[in-house]
Design a protein around this ligand. Structure first.
Ligand code: URA
Length: 231
């Protein structure tokens, strides 16, 4: 009994959580989600489990992202001969992953949206200016007409995501058509994102405490790409 009470209290206090900028939201802070995150945060978790459990969180994030897309009424006939007044998505979507870690989120998007178009953006630090620089972008040619699910597992300073959003906007995407999905966000990254692009919706599984001096998220999970791709 005592341990259940502790778990429930823990979930409730996490639910109260940090105050987020108006464009940001978190997944429901359930004990299940916390358990999944606890596994992938654990430094002793082997790579295969890291992949399996972060894929589960990514699936939850994609499903939540789809909840934010507009729908229009649609009626269908059911096999009983009755009409059902339902809805369908209003527009088409695509994914854009920020390389390399964002690629890990592509499979989860494909599981929910069959044959979805997925673009890729590579941003790295410019050694001369120390600012994020675009190295490569391959985007669907009709991206301006689509809702964009921008994929990057960790929102640390927000530098790469902000640069990626600038690239999307240069390609005709409106800021309000972009949903940025990430597993763990820092308060600093969320605030930077809101300052630059208040219209971009940001959906995080969890919001952590802070960044350290090397811009790692604390407590975080370390380097997501290394843990997903190299073990
Ligand atoms: N990217 C990561 O993979 N981890 C962090 O903590 C910050 C950025």
């Amino acid at each position: 009994m005592a341990s259940t009470a502790v778990a429930q209290n823990g979930a409730a206090s996490a639910q109260a959580g940090p105050v987020l900028p108006p464009n940001a939201s978190r997944l429901p802070q359930t004990a299940q989600l916390d358990a999944l995150l606890t596994i992938i945060r654990d430094t002793s978790t082997p790579r295969s489990d890291f992949i399996f459990y972060s894929d589960r969180i990514i699936r939850l994030l994609v499903e939540e992202g789809l909840n934010h897309l507009p729908t229009v009424p649609k009626s269908v006939m059911t096999p009983t001969g009755f009409e059902y007044s339902g809805v369908e998505f209003q527009g088409r979507i695509c994914g854009v992953s920020i390389l390399r870690a964002g690629e890990a989120m592509e499979a989860g998007l494909r599981e929910c949206c069959r044959s979805v178009r997925i673009g890729k953006i590579l941003i790295q630090r410019d050694e001369e200016t120390a600012k994020p620089k675009l190295f490569y972008a391959k985007l669907p040619e009709d991206i301006a007409d689509r809702w964009v699910l921008l994929l990057d597992p960790m929102l640390a300073t927000g530098g790469s995501a902000i640069k990626a959003i600038e690239v999307l906007i240069e390609n005709g995407v409106k800021a309000e058509q972009i949903l940025f999905l990430n597993l763990i966000a820092s308060p600093e990254g969320l605030n930077n994102m809101y300052t630059q692009f208040p219209q971009v919706k940001v959906i995080s599984a969890w919001v952590d405490e802070r960044l350290d001096e090397k811009s790692y998220i604390i407590p975080g999970l370390g380097d997501y790409g290394d843990r997903y791709y190299s073990g």
